[in-house]
Design a protein around this ligand. Structure first.
Ligand SMILES: Cc1ncc(C[n+]2csc(CCOP(=O)(O)OP(=O)(O)O)c2C)c(N)n1
Length: 270
């Protein structure tokens, strides 16, 4: 699939995020919009058929920063794994689609997450299992930069390198903001690349809104067999919608009806 098609999918994913969050009346708009390009690339290029199977040794994906699940559910609907109209049940009682990912019969949702700092260590465990069983499959795990303030993230980094997990690819949404402010003001992470390299991971950096860079970087990480890979995706919270852009106050706020209309217009025109 070419970059123009990917752009169209990312646009559709962003529109779905706006529509589902407006209907729900609550949820995480900023981070979800910011990762729409990475998720379009994941589901329409990077994973190809590797996770689209019920085989035990499929590639696995875990969303450790579970609060941005609107982008995941929108991508799953865009790729045909969940019915599009089900998106409008987000956060409703008895819906499969709750405010954070729940491993309750939703295709490709491997683990319930949302409590920050839990998904990444679990992905290390999965990768150790695949390595012990000599499987060729990969484990992918998405993180938030604010999430990296959790101590368990650094334990997982230690373990991933210790066990030389060439089958593990972690990527972080480096949007420089978190729930209540800028990451560098709340708990500085930089120099992030140096820190993760010091934990013996191979670290890549890429523009998380550039499809060529996103896909090339995932490709490099897949080919790196000597140990675990860590991708820093430089992104903008709210990418595609001017009044959400880089604004941490949109971390966990849903668009009202007027904001929904403006957001859909801007996404369409971009
Ligand atoms: C253990 C735990 N503590 C606190 C929270 C509440 N919480 C949800 S998201 C978030 C901020 C995370 O920041 P980041 O990963 O940068 O997300 P972004 O704002 O970029 O979407 C917090 C504190 C949580 N879900 N889990």
């Amino acid at each position: 699939m070419g970059y123009d098609d990917l752009k169209q999918h990312a646009k559709d994913i962003r529109k779905k995020i706006i529509l589902m969050l407006n209907k729900a009346g609550s949820g995480h708009t900023g981070g979800s919009l910011g990762m729409a390009d990475v998720f379009a690339a994941l589901y329409f290029r990077v994973f190809e058929k590797s996770i689209h199977t019920d085989k035990e040794d499929r590639d696995r994906f875990i969303l450790s920063n579970g609060h941005i699940n609107p982008v995941w559910y929108a991508a799953l609907a865009e790729a045909g794994f969940i019915p599009e109209k089900e998106l409008m049940t987000l956060r409703q009682v008895n819906s499969r689609l709750q405010g954070h990912p729940a491993n309750i019969d939703i295709p490709l949702v491997e683990l319930s997450t949302g409590s920050l700092g839990q998904g990444f260590p679990a992905s290390v465990g999965l990768a150790i299992g695949y390595k012990m069983d000599k499987k060729k499959s990969h484990v992918f795990v998405g993180l938030g930069d604010g999430e990296m303030e959790e101590g368990s993230i650094w334990e997982a980094l230690m373990a991933g390198a210790h066990y030389k997990l060439g089958n593990l690819i972690a990527f972080v949404d480096r949007n420089m903001v978190q729930q209540a402010g800028k990451t560098e003001e709340m708990m500085a992470l930089d120099p992030l690349k140096d820190k993760v390299e010091a934990f013996n991971w191979t670290v890549y950096e890429a523009d998380g809104h550039d499809f060529k860079q996103i896909i090339d970087t995932f490709e490099k990480a897949k080919n790196n067999k000597k140990g675990p890979s860590f991708i820093i995706f430089h992104t903008h919270m709210g990418q595609g919608v001017s009044f959400v852009l880089d604004n941490f106050e949109w971390h966990g706020v849903a668009p009202d009806d007027k904001q929904k209309e403006q957001a859909l217009k801007e996404i369409e025109e971009k």
